[in-house]
Structures are given as structure tokens and as C-alpha cells.
Write a protein that binds this ligand. Structure first.
Ligand code: R1P
Length: 284
């Protein structure tokens, strides 16, 4: 594990070496081209199978950074764990330590709301955010208070989304790659419409609401893509962002993908992501 030293500025803490407080890297220690995944084991496999000249990983507060080269181009593979807050750390602290334009691709797993087989792939053209609203359960709530807030859609980077889709479709000729809206939720459970008899979640209609609200264009449910797309659009320096997922679960049929196929798709899809990442021109 990397050590981060004393920080001085509470507004944006960096230590005496200039390392950001959570990622644990300083300026120049992260590539402008980033492939991010949730699972640290997925990141390590991708590093071992696909990176050349891989450096010693930097590991701090649940983040693991693997720097190396892919087809001669410097890239970073970063595992972040789960949820919008972890993506927030990556994009903000990553932005601080990288000079100039960036490209970030997320490769994760997801559930699907479409009639597609598990083991299909998905690329997110847009993303929406689903947030549980705790006020709904408060005794003093307003009468118009909703249990779950669903945001308007935010676009990924059109060029990078298209490049990523092309790479996936040419890599996976025997499987479907669906393109559509990702719904990013602040819980794996309640705000993704999973029914948990142990809790009062009032979420029985959430999946249907999501399908109807966006005319059946929501393809995937997971926990990070919206934060990546939203922050990339709000960054003052350019960040091109795109996201792909392995459809691990079908939320309509309740089918779930086997681990062996998942492992294979992680590597093949990771390669497709890196190919898209190095093809993109950061400067226009
Ligand atoms: C939940 O099991 C996790 O898996 C998905 C979700 O977004 C969430 O982070 O993504 P990863 O496979 O990238 O972690």
C-alpha cells in the first residue's frame, strides 16, 4: 500500500509530495488515457494480460492504479470499487494529477432491462442517475415528495462512444453489443428495483417507471457511469468519456452469467476498451 503523507489544504487535500488524498498519486503519475473498472481483480488480470512495461501498482483507500503501455501508448488501468462516489474521486483527483485533455473508459458489469441474453455486451450512449430520496420516508415530507429521483440523460462523448461500439462489435462477432441509456443507481438494491423483504423500500414500480420514462431505451443498470459522464461534461478541461459493460444479469428474466464466461469477456472486452482508448485523438 502506498502512503499518503500529511495534507494541509482541507479544500483539496494533497500531501507534501503532491499526492492526492485518496488515489495516492501526484502529478504525472497517472496517464491521460484511463481504463477504469470496479473490481481490483479485473484490473490485475487486464494488467497481466494486456499491459507492457507495467509499473508497480499504486494502491490506496480502495483504489488500485496500474500504469503501463498498450501497443506502445501509455495508459492507466484503475480499479475504483463501487458507486458514484468512487467515480467522483477518480475523475476529480485524476483530473488534478493529469495535465491537459483526458479520455476515460469504464468497463464494468451490469444488469439489463432489455430482452437480451446474459453475456451480451452494452455501450452507454447516455446515462441517467437514480437516487433514493430519504425524505419520502420522513414524517414531515411534502405531499409531492418522490421515493426515487430519476435525472435527465447526460451524453457520453459521442466520438469515443462510437469508437468503443465499433471495437466491441468487431471483437464480439458471436454476441450482441447493445447501445442505449445506462441508469446509474446509488444502491445495488433499492434504487435498482431489487426487492428486499427486510427493508421498507417502496420500489416495486421502479423498474417499470424507468422503462416507461425513457421509452424502453434504458438498457443497463449499474452504479458508476452517470457520474463519469456528468463530471466529464462539467470538467473545464476536456475529458472524453465512454462506458461499456458485460451484461451479467437480466433483470426481466433473472438469468445470471457464469463466472467462466464473465472472466473471458473481461479480457476480450478490456482489450477492445484499450484499443478504443489509444485510437482516440485527445486534442480535438
Ligand atoms: C455491483 O455488483 C458492482 O458491479 C458493477 C456495478 O456498477 C457495481 O459497481 O460494476 P463493476 O463490475 O465495474 O464493479
Amino acid at each position: 500500500h502506498t502512503k499518503v503523507g500529511n495534507a494541509t489544504n482541507a479544500n483539496f487535500p494533497v500531501d507534501d509530495r503532491g499526492a492526492v488524498y485518496h488515489l495516492g498519486v501526484a502529478k504525472g503519475e497517472l496517464s491521460p488515457r484511463i481504463l477504469t473498472v470496479g473490481d481490483s481483480e479485473r484490473a490485475a488480470k487486464l494488467r497481466n494480460e494486456l499491459l507492457e512495461d507495467a509499473e508497480k501498482p499504486v494502491s490506496h483507500r480502495g483504489f488500485v492504479i496500474h500504469n503501463g503501455k498498450y501497443k506502445g501508448v501509455k495508459v492507466s488501468i484503475v480499479s475504483i470499487g463501487m458507486g458514484p462516489s468512487m467515480m467522483d474521486f477518480l475523475v476529480r483527483e485524476g483530473r488534478y494529477v493529469v495535465e491537459g485533455p483526458m479520455a476515460i473508459i469504464r468497463y464494468g458489469t451490469c444488469g439489463s432491462l432489455k430482452d437480451v441474453k446474459v453475456g451480451s455486451l452494452a455501450v452507454a450512449s447516455q446515462a441517467v442517475l437514480i437516487r433514493r430520496n430519504p425524505d419520502f420516508w420522513h414524517q414531515d415530507k411534502h405531499s409531492d415528495c418522490k421515493n426515487y429521483d430519476i435525472s435527465l440523460p447526460v451524453d457520453g462523448d459521442k466520438e469515443l462512444v462510437q469508437t468503443l461500439t465499433n471495437e466491441f462489435r468487431s471483437t464480439f462477432t458471436d454476441r450482441e453489443t447493445v447501445v442505449g441509456i445506462n441508469a446509474t443507481a446509488d444502491s445495488f438494491y433499492s434504487s435498482q428495483g431489487r426487492i428486499d423483504p427486510e427493508f421498507d423500500d417502496d420500489n416495486h414500480n421502479l423498474i417499470n417507471t424507468l422503462i416507461e420514462k425513457f421509452d424502453n431505451k434504458v438498457t443497463t443498470l449499474e452504479m458508476e457511469t452517470f457520474q463519469l459522464y456528468h463530471l466529464s461534461k462539467r470538467s473545464k478541461q476536456p475529458i472524453k468519456a465512454a462506458a461499456a459493460t458485460i451484461i451479467l444479469a437480466n433483470r426481466l428474466s433473472n438469468a445470471f452469467l457464469d463466472n467462466e464466461t464473465k472472466s473471458r469477456l473481461e479480457i476480450e472486452g478490456g482489450r477492445a476498451c484499450l484499443d478504443a482508448l489509444i485510437k482516440i485523438d485527445l486534442n480535438n
